[in-house]
Design a protein around this ligand. Structure first.
Ligand SMILES: Cc1cc2nc3c(=O)[nH]c(=O)nc-3n(C[C@H](O)[C@H](O)[C@H](O)COP(=O)(O)O)c2cc1C
Length: 145
């Protein structure tokens, strides 16, 4: 059993709803999963494993509810010493170069902080998937044994 803290970035609620669905799935699998609504540095540092689920807004930007925390991580740079993480990016490929920009920058930051990726970034394209959980829950099953 793992303790997994789930951080979400969401403007219209898709990623937030997905975070709740993922938490239920992880609990069903016997893990201790917690969705963190207002992340503080302690939530990040005390977590056994990290899972970020973020949509992209603007032009490749992180949603406002998560942006301040990510800026905090960038400036305080708390090293992860190999702690495991995973990232799900929600986006829309019709945005071209900024497709899943938030998920990509969060993934890159967690690598810079010396975390260990459990899997490559999962990018979910709103052009192809109306219901992100259909793609994400089987992926969760696969990477969290
Ligand atoms: C104003 C706006 C800007 C967006 N910009 C991007 C973008 O730059 N890249 C991308 O991949 N998706 C972009 N999207 C698509 C969203 O990331 C996608 O619809 C996502 O499912 C929204 O999830 P949320 O409800 O959790 O915010 C944008 C959507 C809106 C409405």
């Amino acid at each position: 059993m793992a303790q997994i803290s789930i951080f979400f970035g969401s403007v219209y609620g898709n990623a937030e709803q997905l975070a709740e669905q993922v938490a239920s799935k992880l609990k069903e699998k016997g893990h201790d999963a917690q969705v963190i609504a207002e992340p503080q540095m302690d939530d990040f540092q005390m977590a056994e494993e990290l899972l970020f689920i973020s949509s992209t807004t603007g032009q490749g930007d992180i949603p406002p509810n998560l942006e301040g925390f990510i800026l905090d991580l960038q400036s305080r740079f708390p090293l992860l010493h190999g702690k495991e993480f995973a990232v799900v990016g929600l986006g829309d490929s019709s945005y071209g170069d900024t497709y899943c920009g938030a998920g990509r920058s969060i993934f890159a930051l967690l690598e810079e902080l010396q975390g260990t990726a459990k899997a490559p970034l999962l990018q979910v394209d709103a052009c192809e998937t109306l219901e992100p959980a259909e793609e994400v829950l089987p992926w969760i099953d696969e990477i969290y044994g």
